[in-house]
Write a protein that binds this ligand. Structure first.
Ligand SMILES: N=CN[C@@H](CCC(=O)O)C(=O)O
Ligand SMILES: [Zn+2]
Length: 424
């Protein structure tokens, strides 16, 4: 057997420490850096993490062949994790950008039958094959940006068949692509046009038909709801998430994105795994998220692209909320796979530190999808997902911004990106 020896990194960001729960407060600033650090991978798993002198000693006792990757002028981190995407959908919505630039709001577009509903129309019309091919291209982009695991939501089907179709495509992609996918059922992403005048009947359909079908088919781990003024009410969101929890799906909430609506408070009350967006979260909501250990998944690219004020990340971190970051990849409010650019925006628009953004896209993002026991840090026994960035230190990722610094990606111990190109 051949093992992979990543040698002598300028900086090795391990995220070692107490990783039993998501990090909050000062521990979001602790990266567990080893200067001149090395990692040795055997059989998809990390076998050694330490200084290069220690690595040489460790290798002396191994009889395996060794493939060496010299990382001496590079930054090495855990594979980045994106805990909030709407990966599987058909088509694009560039015409909406022009409308928004001229003053029409995102919500006006949705309420006029466009936005999510126009993607829903295109997704319903698309074959599984089409959806697979379009989503696969997005996954390639994620990988090129150092992302090795993502969460992906349904929510552009809004019928049982079309929601299942999206989730099946995500499952097939996860089986065949190097990026791992964790799935979330989001039948409550919008009220479909056929239920426009009786939304509670759609909520009943989600609860009585869609949820059991999704669970029966084993297609999702989480359930999410777009809890927002003009979309799903607090009461409707609560009903759906309670029903989902009863069936074993863990709750997540699109909360307080466009209006202060009590979404953060609902997330805390329900013990949701995450509350996402939170641009308009109230002070009380922030306090309750901290008290209940709900992870805030912040999406600075969405605020940027919708030209809204970003979430109050500093206030949240100072209040003790554990923060994760994500692209929110979708065709309307965040058409990008660049998680590194989201990290830049988190620093530059929300004043998160370079240390905090790395925590938010590794170990805290792993907690946000309940995968922290296997990914999110470089520790012996964990899955060997790593990124080599062509920079000498972690601060450079935020300073030399909006540039893709990814050189090499290792997924489950295998080289999948080299010199910035996907290896087929
Ligand atoms: N806000 C709701 N859902 C997505 C946007 C989906 C879309 O516009 O297609 C979000 O998280 O931003
Ligand atoms: Zn979203």
């Amino acid at each position: 057997m051949t093992c992979l020896y990543i040698r002598n990194a300028a900086q090795l960001v391990t995220m070692q420490g107490n990783n039993t729960v998501a990090r909050c407060g000062v521990s979001m600033g602790e990266l567990g850096i080893i200067e001149g650090g090395s990692v040795i991978i055997k059989d998809q798993v990390i076998g050694f993490v330490g200084t290069d002198d220690e690595a040489v000693e460790y290798l002396a006792h191994l009889s395996d062949d060794v493939q060496v990757i010299d990382a001496s002028d590079k930054l090495v981190t855990p594979g980045l994790i994106d805990p909030h995407t709407h990966l599987v959908f058909a088509g694009t919505r560039e015409h909406e950008l022009e409308k928004r630039l001229k003053g029409t709001s995102y919500m006006d577009i949705l309420q006029g039958g466009g936005g999510i509903l126009s993607t829903c129309e295109q997704t319903r019309a698309a074959s599984k094959k089409d959806l697979y091919v379009q989503s696969e291209q997005r996954l390639h982009q994620f990988l090129l940006h150092g992302v090795t695991t993502i969460e992906a939501k349904s929510g552009y089907g809004l019928t049982i068949e079309d929601e299942i179709k999206q989730l099946e495509v995500a499952q097939e992609l996860s089986q065949h692509h190097d990026v791992d996918i964790v799935s979330t059922f989001m039948g409550a992403h919008a009220i479909p046009p056929e239920y426009k005048n009786h939304p509670d009947e759609y909520v009943d359909l989600v609860i009585e038909n869609m949820l059991p079908a999704v669970v029966e088919a084993g297609l999702a781990d989480f359930c999410d709801v777009f809890c927002e003024k003009g979309v799903f009410t607090i009461k409707q969101s609560e009903r759906i998430l309670e029903a989902a929890s009863m069936l074993g799906l863990q709750p997540k909430i699109h909360a307080d994105e466009l209006a202060s609506f009590g979404g953060a408070e609902l997330a805390a009350r329900m013990g949701a795994v995450t509350a996402d967006h939170l641009l308009k979260a109230s002070d009380e909501g922030i306090k309750q998220l901290a008290a209940q250990g709900v992870i805030a998944v912040l999406l600075p690219g969405t605020a940027f692209f919708l030209m809204e004020k970003p979430a109050q990340a500093r206030k949240m971190i100072d209040a003790g909320v554990a923060v994760a970051l994500s692209t929110d990849r979708n065709p309307g409010s965040s058409p990008t796979e660049s998680l590194p650019f989201m990290m830049n925006l988190a620093c530059l628009t929300m004043k998160m530190t370079p240390e905090e953004v790395l925590t938010a896209t590794t170990i805290n993002a792993a907690h946000a999808i309940r995968k922290a026991s296997s990914i999110g840090s470089l520790e012996v026994g964990k899955q060997a997902d790593l990124v080599l960035f062509d920079v000498p230190n972690y601060q450079m990722l935020q300073y030399h911004y909006a540039v893709n610094h990814v050189d090499t990606v290792v997924k489950k111990g295998r080289l999948v990106v080299q010199s910035g190109r996907v290896i087929q």
